[in-house]
Ligand binder design. Sequence first.
Ligand SMILES: N[C@@H](CCC(=O)N[C@@H](CS)C(=O)NCC(=O)O)C(=O)O
Length: 314
Amino acid sequence: MNSGNVTTGGPSSHLPPHRELLSPAPISKPPRKRSGSLAWATGQRDGILGKIQLECRTQPWTSTVPHAPAMGLELYLNLLSQPSRAVYIFAKKNGIPFELRTVDIIKGQHRSKEFFQINSLQKVPVLKDGDFILTESSAILIYLSCKYQTADHWYPSDLQARARVHEYLGWHADCIRGTFGVPMWVQVLGPLIGVQVPEEKVERNRTAIDQALQWLENKFLGDRLFLAGQQVTLADLMALEELMQPVAVGYELFKGRPRLAAWRERVEAFLGAELCQEAHSLILSILEQAAKKTLPTPPPEVYPTMLLRIARIP
Ligand SMILES: N[C@@H](CCC(=O)N[C@@H](CS)C(=O)NCC(=O)O)C(=O)O
C-alpha cells in the first residue's frame, strides 16, 4: 500500500490550511481539570464570560511526513465520515481546542501500518489525548463533554435525561448507522471501484431508511423539540450527521416529513449556518466531485474492505 501519500488535496482540501481562530468560543464553563500540556486558550479572557479565542490547528494526517508532536488533543477525522463530522462539529461548537488530523479514507490512509498503531480497528474518528486513545464517536463525544464540561444540555447530568440520550444512541447504532450510509456506497464509493450495487438492494435500503425515519419521527422526536428532550443533545448531532449522508446524494428525506424537517432546522440553527457549511461542504459536493472525477482513486489495498462493506448491504 502506498502509505506515503501526503494529503494535500482531495477530500480535505476545502479545510483551512493552517490555523484558524474561533472567536468568541461558546464555552459555558472552563474545564475542571486540564491535561498539563493542553493548549487551552490562545487568546485573552475579558469580562465575566471570559471571551476566549481558541485555536484548532488543521493538519492532514500522513504516515510519512513528520509533524510536531501534539501538545494536546488530537482528532483523527475525515469529514466524509458521518461520525467524524459529529465529533468535529461538537468540538468546534464548544470551542474545544484540537489538532485536526485528516485521515484520507478514500486514499486508504486508515489502512496504513502507522494508523493501525493509533486505531487497530482502522476507522475514524479517533481521539488522542496524550497517551489516551479513544475510538467510537459516541464515546468520544461523551469524553469531550465530560472533560470540557460543555453545557449540560448536550449530555445531561440528570439521570433520566442522560438515559434518553443513551436510549437514542443505542437505537442509532442498530437502525440508523449502517442504513443511511448505503446510498453513498451505491452512488459514489461503489462506482469509484467499478462496483454497481444491485437495484433490489437499493430498494430494500430505501424501505429501511423510510422505516427508520418513521421511528425517528414518531418514537424519538414525538412532540418534543429534539430527539432526547426539549434541548439539543449528542443524539441530535449523531442523527443529523447520519441523515446528511443520503441527503448529500439527493435523497429527499425531509420531504413530506414536516416535523423532522423542523427538527433539522432547529438543530442547524443551534449549530449555526457557518459551522454547518464548514462541516457539510465536502459531503454536499461529493456528487459533483464524483461527476468531475476529482475524487481520489482508492488504492487496490483498500478494495477488499470496500468490497466487504458493499457485500454486507442487505
Ligand atoms: N461505530 C464507529 C463507526 C466508525 C466508522 O465506521 N468509520 C468509518 C467512516 S464513517 C471508517 O472509518 N471506515 C473505514 C473502513 O471501514 O475501512 C463510530 O461511531 O465511530
